[in-house]
Design a protein around this ligand. Structure first.
Ligand code: ZN
Ligand code: ZN
Length: 423
C-alpha cells in the first residue's frame, strides 16, 4: 500500500476519487434539523447505507482560516502557523493571514502533488485559495474563477465548462458553485484523487437553522452531494466552525468593546486584535467571540479583574498558557487571549465596527461554543480511530486521516460486517 507522510502523520494514497467538504459555519444544528425534517435525502441515504455522523471539535479560535488549514494539513495552528484570519506579528504589523508566506506546514494535497497524485482545492472565498493552493496544488475560488480559469488543468473558462453564470460572493449559492466546479473538473478529467471544497458561511451568518434561506442552501448542498456519490466519490464532510446568534431579543448586537471598556477603567492597552477580521465585513462586522489583547505586563492583573467582571467572558489566558491550551504559535498571538459565551461577541472600539452592512441581526463565531462541528463519512469507520470518533472526541483536523485511512472498503457487505464486528 502506497503512503505519504505529512506533518508527522501517514496517509494512504487514495486509489478512488475522494472529496472533503468543509461547510463554512456548518454548525451541526443545521444538519440535525435538516435530517429531522427529511430535507436532505441523499445525506440521509448515505448515512443509512453505512455512512457515519459524529460530532467533533474544530480548532480555537473557531474561525475560517485556522480551521481550513488544520483540516488540510492535519496539524494544529502551532504547526501550520495560522492562528486567526488576522493577527499582529512580532514587529507590530497587523496582517490578514491570507498569504502563503505565513504558512509553516505543507498540506496533504501538496505532498500528494509531489508524488504525482492529482488533487484540487476549490474555495468560495478567494482569501483561502492562496493558502490552500500553496505548494503547487491546483486551486480556484468562485470569487476569481471568472478571470483565472484553472490553467493547471487546461481549463480556461469555468463558467463555460459549468454552463452557468458565476454567482457573486454574497449570493446564497456561491458555495454550491464551488461544489459544482469540483464536480465539473472531475468529470473533465477522471484522474483527480483528492478534492477539497471549502464553502462560505454567508447564509449561516444571516439565518438560523430552519429558515427558508438555510433550507434552500442545504437542499442544494444535498443535491450536489448526491451527484458526487453517484460518481463514486468517497466523501468526508465537516465544518470549519459552528455559528450562534450574538444579539439581544430586540436584535441589538451583544458586544463587549474591550478597548473602550479597559481604557475607561484606566487600563493601558496597546491593541485589541480580533482574529475574525477578514474582507467579508458584511458577514460579521469583525465581531466574534475571541480577542487578543496587547498590553504592558504591569497591566495584566488589572485587565483580568476588569474582564472577569463582564458578563459572558469565559476564558482569559496569558500568551504562554494560550499557546498550550489552544495549540497556537506564540509569536502570532496576544499577551492575553479572551473568549466569550455563546451569545456574546467581543469588539475593540465601538467606533471602529461598521454594523450597518450586516445581512441581519449579528450571528457569528470564534469562541468555544462554535468549536463543535460535524464529522461525516460516506462509509463505516474502523480501526484505531473508531472508538475516539464514536466518542465524539476527534477533531476536524483528523478528518483526512479518517477518510483516507480508516474507512472500510467499498464492498458494503464487507464494510457493514466489519463495523458490526468492531462495535
Ligand atoms: Zn468560516
Ligand atoms: Zn464567518
Amino acid at each position: 500500500m502506497k503512503t505519504i507522510d505529512v506533518n508527522g502523520r501517514t496517509y494512504r494514497i487514495p486509489q478512488e476519487p475522494t472529496v472533503v467538504f468543509t461547510i463554512d459555519g456548518g454548525d451541526p444544528d443545521y444538519l440535525d434539523d435538516a435530517l429531522d425534517r427529511g430535507i436532505m435525502p441523499r445525506l440521509a441515504a448515505m448515512l443509512a447505507d453505512g455512512g457515519q455522523y459524529c460530532r467533533g471539535a474544530s480548532e480555537m479560535p473557531s474561525l475560517t482560516n485556522p480551521n481550513n488549514l488544520s483540516i488540510v494539513t492535519g496539524a494544529p495552528p502551532a504547526l501550520h502557523g495560522i492562528p486567526g484570519n488576522y493577527c499582529r506579528l512580532e514587529d507590530g504589523a497587523l496582517e490578514l493571514l491570507n498569504d502563503p508566506k505565513f504558512l509553516r506546514a505543507p498540506s496533504i494535497h501538496a505532498v500528494l502533488e509531489q508524488h504525482g497524485v492529482p488533487t484540487l482545492m476549490v474555495t468560495a472565498k478567494e482569501k483561502l485559495r492562496r493558502l490552500l493552493g500553496h505548494g503547487g496544488v491546483p486551486s480556484v475560488s468562485v470569487e476569481t474563477a471568472g478571470e483565472t480559469g484553472l490553467p493547471e488543468y487546461g481549463i480556461p473558462d469555468l463558467p463555460q465548462l459549468l454552463g452557468t453564470e458565476l454567482p457573486e460572493i454574497y449570493d446564497w449559492n456561491a458555495s454550491h458553485y464551488a461544489m459544482r466546479i469540483g464536480l465539473a473538473v472531475y468529470r473533465a478529467r477522471r484522474d483527480l484523487r483528492l478534492l477539497y471544497v471549502s464553502l462560505t458561511d454567508r447564509v449561516q451568518h444571516a439565518v438560523a437553522p430552519g429558515d427558508e434561506l438555510s433550507d434552500r442552501f442545504l437542499v442544494e448542498f444535498d443535491t450536489i452531494l448526491g451527484e458526487y456519490l453517484d460518481e463514486g466519490f468517497t466523501v468526508g464532510i465537516t465544518a470549519d466552525h459552528g455559528m450562534n446568534a450574538k444579539h439581544t431579543g430586540d436584535g441589538t448586537p451583544a458586544v463587549h468593546y474591550l478597548a473602550d471598556i479597559l481604557e475607561q477603567a484606566g487600563v493601558e492597552v496597546h491593541d485589541v486584535v480580533l482574529p475574525i477580521t477578514d474582507p467579508y465585513v458584511r458577514h460579521h462586522g469583525a465581531l466574534g467571540s475571541f480577542a487578543w489583547i496587547y498590553l504592558p505586563d504591569t497591566e495584566h492583573a488589572r485587565a483580568r479583574e476588569v474582564l472577569a467582571g463582564l458578563s459572558g467572558i469565559e476564558e482569559i489566558w496569558n500568551r504562554a498558557d494560550a499557546a498550550t491550551v489552544y495549540e497556537h504559535p506564540q509569536d502570532r498571538i496576544g499577551d492575553l487571549a479572551v473568549t466569550a459565551s455563546a451569545h456574546v461577541a467581543l469588539g475593540s472600539r465601538k467606533r471602529d465596527h461598521d454594523l450597518s452592512a450586516l445581512h441581519g441581526a449579528l450571528r457569528s463565531h470564534g469562541g468555544r461554543h462554535e468549536q463543535i462541528v460535524p464529522l461525516i463519512t460516506s462509509r463505516p469507520v474502523f480501526g484505531p480511530l473508531a472508538a475516539r470518533y464514536h466518542a465524539g472526541v476527534l477533531r476536524s483536523r483528523d478528518l483526512h486521516d479518517l477518510v483516507l485511512n480508516h474507512l472500510t472498503d467499498l464492498d458494503h457487505e464487507t464494510a457493514l460486517a466489519a463495523a458490526a464486528a468492531a462495535s
